[in-house]
Design a binder for this molecule. Structure first.
Ligand code: FEO
Ligand code: CA
Ligand code: CA
Ligand code: CA
Length: 619
């Protein structure tokens, strides 16, 4: 590969035909093949048996690949590789697969033989993250995971995390089980994430409110959707910490909703929750180094009418992969400045009528500012201390005039150009006058926005440290054959693949954008998929669908290795609307009805990591 500018060069393929929503198939372009690398329940640690969904236990699940894989990367065996320019990096023939396990779908995971408490204990062990060694014969050919490796690791609800940053050890973080306020058992609802330049993985704790009951009706809890009511997961029946009504556990809910960092190269390193990056429904975090060497993290709070954030480390990155440099770089997310985004449109408000019609200047665009919440170790928010800003970040951002977005999911800098892409997945409440609605705005121009859009941000002077930027909408998503407001930066709408509900984004070595979707079955009646989008030149905005995932699944964690000619995705919640008795997806094993499943396989659906490679590369 050569350093590109995102003009469409790179992996060659013909766009696939969009698949109707009931299609239970994984579809790739002509000339490509796919296979799972690892599936829910595959054994990864000593003592794990071959997967048998009729004989699960919490102990077995803790030794297996977890459920509902979301974030994905395959790290090179040597973290030094990550410091090379993207177009010269190689994953080689030995790597570390890192995956998040966001949540569980008990209705399709368990038959009626499991009692409720056992089911819930298995679910807790199926949450978290996995690290799994993978190997292959040659670059460009498919990987096999290593059943036994000293680097294999499961992180779940019983794994101890260290809390760091300014809120660590403060009263807001203490419980009777952890009077230090610095140690938390477990991570949950880990959605998207990012691989850091120093070879660790960061991951977002997203919808934590679904697991924790709080005491009373503190408006600060309410802003996060936390309620004094039984939770859907019911874990408060098993462990008092999940219910803030239990004396001493009033603060347990403050201990979730963070960015966590794990070091896949060191199975003994304690995972960390970084309070300096704020507490909200973290989709994920993606980190780029500024020219000055500071680590800059971009983050989305995935809820309708919530915000986009940026963190800038106080200290600078140290080159090299010596133990000393790595130890230093692993502290970069512990201290720094936290900002929230304000977007201002440049068109008259009257021209933004909620229909999605372009304003008279021909673009949804304008300028923006990063408003500081914490800077130089001080709170920039009146009436809130630093620890309050970090634990109740949504309330801090409410006070400073941040812009309410249509569910910002991945927010990711393009490593080739430094521009930042925000996937606003959808917001059907925009314009309905309820709750926090404020009607259409230039950065969120459609009422009842079921299809979402993608914001492109350019920091002023091309400097990631800048506090001002310009922005425009790259894509206003939809199926152009039925939706006149779908817009693709001027590329002819009748020539693109229909796309809806952008969720994760990724970049290839040539600087093109790739988007994975979550929600197309309900918005445009197509299976979710992965799409390539050139960003410059004549091809800018030309959305081309690369793959389609099976029925009721979302496409997660895309990795596009155009150097190798391979693509990886996580397939999350296939067949999620089924039941044990009436499964609706048979991905990825596709065992025929009445056929005996081979050892370790199963007829029911299994969330899985999939690799796509050139036809014949597996022979
Ligand atoms: Fe877990 Fe925002 O998706
Ligand atoms: Ca404009
Ligand atoms: Ca997501
Ligand atoms: Ca989503």
């Amino acid at each position: 590969a050569t350093p590109g500018k995102g003009n469409g060069k790179g992996l060659a393929f013909g766009p696939i035909v969009p698949q109707p929503a009931a299609t239970d198939a994984f579809v790739v372009p002509d000339g490509y093949e796919w296979s799972p690398i690892i599936r829910w329940g595959d054994p990864i640690l000593p003592g794990a048996r071959a997967f048998d969904p009729a004989a699960q236990s919490p102990q077995q699940q803790a030794l297996q690949f977890g459920y509902n894989c979301d974030y994905l990367d395959i790290l090179p065996a040597d973290p030094k590789e990550l410091q090379k320019p993207v177009h010269t990096r190689s994953r080689g023939t030995r790597g570390l697969l890192v995956s998040n396990h966001e949540y569980t779908n008990p209705g399709i995971m368990f038959d009626e033989s499991y009692d409720a408490a056992t089911r819930r204990a298995i679910e807790r062990a199926a949450h978290g993250m996995s690290v799994v060694e993978v190997t292959r014969r040659t670059t460009g050919s498919p990987w096999t995971y290593s059943r036994i490796s000293p680097l294999n690791r499961r992180i779940h609800m019983d794994t101890e995390f260290v809390v760091d940053g300014p809120a660590a050890g403060t009263d807001l973080m203490k419980t009777v089980a952890d009077p230090t306020g610095r140690r938390v058992k477990g991570t949950l609802n880990n959605c998207a994430g990012g691989t850091t330049p120093w070879g660790t993985v960061v991951s977002g704790e997203e919808n934590f409110h679904g697991y924790l009951r709080v005491k009373g009706s503190d408006p600060r809890d309410a802003r996060y959707g936390l309620r004094d009511a039984a939770t859907g997961y019911g874990w408060e029946n098993d462990d008092p910490r999940f219910d803030g009504n239990n004396p001493g556990y009033e603060n347990e809910s403050h201990r979730f909703g963070w960015i966590v960092e794990i070091d896949p190269y060191d199975p003994n390193a304690a995972p960390v929750k970084h309070t300096a990056l704020g507490r909200f429904k973290h989709e994920g975090a993606n980190i780029i180094l500024s020219k000055s060497g500071h680590a800059v993290a971009y983050m989305g709070d995935d809820e309708a009418f919530d915000y986009v954030y940026k963190f800038v480390s106080k200290n600078r990155f140290q080159n090299g992969s010596s133990a000393k440099a790595r130890a230093h770089n692993k502290t970069l997310l512990s201290e720094g400045d936290l900002y929230v985004a304000r977007f201002e449109g440049d068109s008259p408000a009257a021209e933004i009528d909620g229909s999605g019609a372009l304003p008279s200047d021909g673009a949804f665009d304008g300028r923006g500012r990063w408003i500081p919440l914490v800077k130089g170790g001080r709170s920039m928010v009146e009436g809130m201390s630093v620890e309050e800003v970090l634990v109740f970040t949504r309330l801090a951002a409410d006070k400073v005039g941040a812009t309410k977005m249509d569910r910002p999911e991945d927010v990711e800098p393009n490593p080739v150009t430094g521009k930042i892409y925000v996937a606003c997945t959808n917001n059907s409440s925009r314009g309905n006058g309820s709750g926090r609605d404020e009607g259409p705005t230039e950065p969120n121009p459609r009422n009842a926005n079921r299809d979402g859009h993608v914001v492109e941000i350019a920091e002023d002077r091309g400097d990631q440290l800048a506090e001002t930027f310009t922005w425009n909408l790259l894509i206003v998503a939809g199926d152009p054959s039925v939706n006149g407001s779908a817009y693709f930066s001027g590329f002819p709408a009748d020539k693109v693949s229909p796309i809806s509900c952008p969720d994760n984004v990724a970049f290839d070595a040539e600087g093109n954008l790739w988007i994975s979707t979550d929600g197309q079955p309900s918005s445009i009646q197509k299976c979710d998929g992965l799409f390539k989008v050139p960003l410059t030149g004549r091809e800018r905005g030309n959305v081309q669908q690369f793959l389609s995932v099976p029925r009721e699944a979302e496409t997660c964690g895309p990795v596009v290795d155009s150097v190798d000619g391979m693509v990886y995705v996580n397939v999350q919640h296939p067949g999620e609307n089924g039941s044990w008795a009436q499964q609706r997806s048979f991905f990825p094993d596709y065992v025929e009805e009445g056929e005996q499943a081979p050892a370790g396989a199963w007829r029911g659906p299994r969330p899985a990591t999939v690799q796509v490679y050139k036809a014949g590369a597996g022979e």
